[in-house]
Write a protein that binds this ligand. Structure first.
Ligand code: P6P
Length: 338
């Protein structure tokens, strides 16, 4: 019997792959997978949709403004920080595979399940609402997450949490911007998904995303310029002498997302106020560094210091960050180490 080939009458149509089907496709590559990890990613997807709904209605529901308390970082907590944190704790808490969660909003990690069998369990670390000070001005905010395997031998939560970034099994972020976008890596490249509110699903829009190797754009808070270490001031002078533009939204997720798509370099160097850098290693720098490296970029904590190699000493420790296009990171380090 002759088979009839239906030629699409419009430009080649891509398959429609949701985040859920993408995760199941990835699980199918591991026949011995129990599905535990898949359920954790599913919880993060649900959390992202719930947080997006809150962020999009914030002004309407008067959820903006300060919660009146400070978090462990000594920063004024926004109401939505608290709500986003609760959403993540409650969705992840319902997943058998999650042993420990650590959040920017919680001084101590939360032990959800003790290890009493041979099951593989995971630690999930997150910044529930990065850049929340942008909320009142309707600016970019985001959720950043990192997943580690729990060390079965360890009895103390910190032992399982304080693993270098190279031990991450997954990382990603959700940007609540003009659309809700998730970038995710499971260690085999970076894929991008956009939330379609009409169906309530994240739809895959890019696979194997790669950062352009160069782009004349740098991103940092220039208000710190005069107190930056000399090498960074030399870099800024070099960049401005070579026609670079500057872009900075004040939320790491927004600034890094621009780097992931257009290239350039994002940095938070040592400053007078934050001599070791401001950004947190475990749930900001490490997940972003994993994504950047998986997309062919570089992510350093200083000259010849890969962020992912840093051995953590505390779950809230801070680090310097220089990440983005490989050539642009090299330009920064040429001045800093020079
Ligand atoms: P600054 C937001 O508070 C944050 O943690 C990151 O998202 C962002 O990149 C950085 O701090 C902005 O810090 O000092 O420029 O306001």
């Amino acid at each position: 019997m002759n088979t009839v080939t239906v030629k699409p009458t419009q430009p080649a149509m891509r398959d429609i792959v949701t985040l859920q089907s993408h995760i199941l496709q990835q699980q199918a590559l591991h026949p011995d997978a129990s599905g535990t990890f898949t359920w954790i990613l599913s919880a993060l997807s649900i959390s992202a949709k719930m947080i997006a709904a809150q962020v999009r209605r914030a002004r309407l529901e008067d959820v903006l403004g300060n919660a009146g308390e400070q978090n462990v970082q000594g920063e004024q907590q926004q109401k939505l920080d608290v709500i986003a944190n609760e959403i993540l704790l409650r969705t992840l808490g319902a997943r058998e595979g999650v042993a420990i969660v650590a959040s920017e909003e919680n001084e101590e990690p939360v032990i959800l399940r003790e290890q009493n069998d041979g099951e593989t369990r995971y630690c999930v670390l997150f910044d529930p609402l990065d850049g929340s000070s942008n909320l009142d001005i309707c600016g970019s905010v985001g959720t950043i997450f990192s997943i580690l395997r729990k060390d079965r031998r360890s009895t103390k939560a910190e032992d399982s949490l304080l693993q270098p970034g190279t031990r991450q099994v997954a990382a990603g972020y959700v940007l609540y911007g003009s659309s809700t976008v998730m970038l995710l890596t499971l260690g085999h490249g970076v894929d991008m998904f956009v939330l379609d509110p009409s169906i309530g699903a994240f739809v895959r829009v890019a696979e194997g995303l790669k950062i352009p190797v160069k782009n004349k754009c740098y991103s940092l808070n220039e208000g710190n310029r005069l107190t930056l270490p000399e090498g960074y001031q030399k870099y800024l002078h070099w960049a401005q002498s070579n026609g670079y533009s500057s872009r900075y939204v004040g939320a790491m997720v927004g600034d890094v997302h621009r780097i992931m798509l257009q290239g350039g370099v994002f940095m938070y160097p040592p400053t007078q106020k934050a001599p070791k850098g401001k950004l947190r290693l475990m749930y900001e720098a490490n997940p972003m560094a994993f994504l950047v490296e998986q997309a062919g970029g570089k992510a350093l904590a200083g000259p010849d210091q890969r962020i992912l190699d840093v051995q953590p000493e505390g779950i809230h420790q801070r680090t310097c960050v220089v990440l983005g296009s490989s050539e642009e990171v090299d330009h920064v380090m040429a001045q800093v180490a020079g």
